[in-house]
Design a protein around this ligand. Structure first.
Ligand code: BES
Ligand code: MN
Ligand code: MN
Length: 460
């Protein structure tokens, strides 16, 4: 069915206010990775809680050992109505490098129909469009057709380390018949998309230490192991020339997705050239014998995220560094687990590390991979709601990124998870000039307003 007139009209008439309010949230630099921003993450949490109370929810801010968790509740639906949980995150990635932004990251600006700001698409805009959809119901009808719990966390971008314990400890509060998350992108402009998989994560730091201080590379070079070279050698053993990971046992638990999944992936309107242009890389590269989308969605990876060693300033300095460090993360595919991969990584580094240096592997964070069959009333309702708002049937797609909590929702709350995102390719999430399309922000709110009606209609 089409989006109900009252909701459509309300959301259209209140578009400008919905933008202004989002801008207020985007102005708060809630960077979870940096402790100097702790007052800002706290302020963002309070802001989200207040935006929920303003529309008629009860909301509480729960302190954690890290950043606070916001829970809003509205439980006034008719007897036997289902309860849905909406999850999102109010924390954002650091905005650096600042000089590459065309407008300041925490001063939202609209250009070419796009809202530019850190967090615009990941995930403040996508979290807040849900709140606007809920508002549309409560403002026009005084009620929602389903019970709703909103869970907003402030540590997604740093691995959601305190969220699992919170969910374990609040099973009653968070009990639900389904989870809805908008923290991803559509496959193409105008093409609404539902995710059927996410990769998991196992993140490490590798430290290599040699001499106690930096040394003159002439007086000592050749007589002691160079930690930068040692680290380079360790990293170089992690892949072969075909992009295949060579850590013993790495692929043992990778489930084969089967021909049906591969056919579905091939049927998607995907343009390699487009992706190459989007990345700016001279050519695409990945594991041999797999297509680009297969490499992104159904194969695990091992990537260097950062490297640090020695002299990197202007000109030349002849020095033998005393230490070297790499940040290394693996993206995981069912049934790999972060614990299993950590064990394999430690064993591998132990096996290949050169003599003459001390090498340590430190765990940073981990998250489970996720893949699901999208069947049941929530997914059917989502298909209809997306069609109503975008005038196009949604596609089912995989995703290479990670949302650590998704596996927990499935496991602890035993609830199906609907991942429906409103970002777009090229949105620059985590990068300079992050944006969300104004049109998607508005249509996303309409789709999510329609979702609650569709879900209720399916049950009556
Ligand atoms: N919203 C992203 C997840 C995502 C990434 C969805 C790409 C769709 C496309 C999320 O905020 C994110 O960045 N997750 C991190 C998780 C990590 C810190 C454990 C990621 O994927 O790197
Ligand atoms: Mn996100
Ligand atoms: Mn992110």
């Amino acid at each position: 069915m089409p989006l109900a007139n009252d909701l459509d009209k309300y959301l259209s008439e209140n578009q400008q206010r919905a933008l202004n309010e989002l801008f207020d949230l985007l102005r708060i630099p809630s960077v979870s990775a940096r402790s100097e921003h702790n007052p800002d993450t706290a302020r963002a949490a309070a802001w989200v809680a207040e935006s929920l109370t303003k529309i008629g929810f009860t909301a509480a801010v729960h302190a954690t050992p890290g950043h606070p968790i916001v829970v809003g509740e509205w439980r006034g639906a008719e007897k036997n109505a289902p309860t849905l949980l909406i999850y999102g995150h109010y924390d954002v990635q650091p905005a650096e490098p600042l000089e590459l932004w065309d407008s300041p990251p925490f001063e939202p600006t609209i250009r070419d129909g796009k809202i530019f700001a850190r967090g615009s698409v990941d995930d403040k805009g996508q979290l807040f469009l849900h709140i606007k959809a809920l508002e549309a119901h409560l403002a026009t009808r005084g009620k929602l057709p389903v019970n709703v719990v909103v869970l907003a966390e402030g540590e997604e971008e740093v691995g959601s380390e305190n969220l699992t314990a919170f969910i374990e400890g609040h099973k009653q509060l968070l009990a639900c018949d389904g989870v809805v998350i908008s923290d991803s992108a559509m496959f193409a402009p105008g093409l609404p998309s539902i995710l059927s998989s996410l990769r998991g994560m196992a993140y490490f730091q590798i430290d290599v230490v040699g001499p106690t201080t930096d040394l003159h590379s002439g007086s000592y070079g050749g007589a002691v192991m160079n930690p930068a070279m040692a680290l380079a050698r360790i990293l170089a053993t992690m892949h072969d020339a075909n992009g295949h990971v060579t850590i013993d046992g790495f692929y043992d638990k990778v489930r084969d997705w089967g021909d049906k999944a591969r056919r579905e992936i091939r049927a998607l309107p995907f343009d390699e050239t487009h992706l190459r242009e989007e990345t700016g890389a001279p050519e695409l590269f990945g594991e041999k014998d797999y297509s680009t989308l297969e490499r992104l969605w159904m194969r695990p990876t091992c990537e260097v995220n950062g490297l640090l060693s020695g002299y990197t300033g202007e000109g030349a300095k002849t020095v033998l560094p005393s230490k070297a460090m790499a940040k290394v993360s693996c993206r995981l595919i069912p049934d790999q687990t972060p614990a299993e991969i950590e064990g394999l990584m430690r064993a591998h580094v132990d096996k290949v590390k050169p003599r003459g240096v001390t090498v340590t592997v430190t765990h940073l964070h981990g998250g489970m991979p996720w893949r699901a069959e999208l069947t049941g009333p929530l997914f059917d309702a989502a298909r209809r709601a997306l069609k109503a708002a975008f005038d196009k049937d949604p596609v089912i797609v995989g995703e290479g990124g990670s949302i650590p909590v998704v596996g927990d929702f499935q496991r602890i709350l035993n609830a199906p998870v609907l991942l429906v995102g409103f970002g777009l390719p090229g949105e620059n999430a985590h990068a300079p000039n992050e944006w969300i399309s104004v049109d998607n922000y508005q249509r996303g709110a309409k789709a999510m307003a329609a979702l609650w009606d569709e879900l209720a209609a399916a049950r009556s």
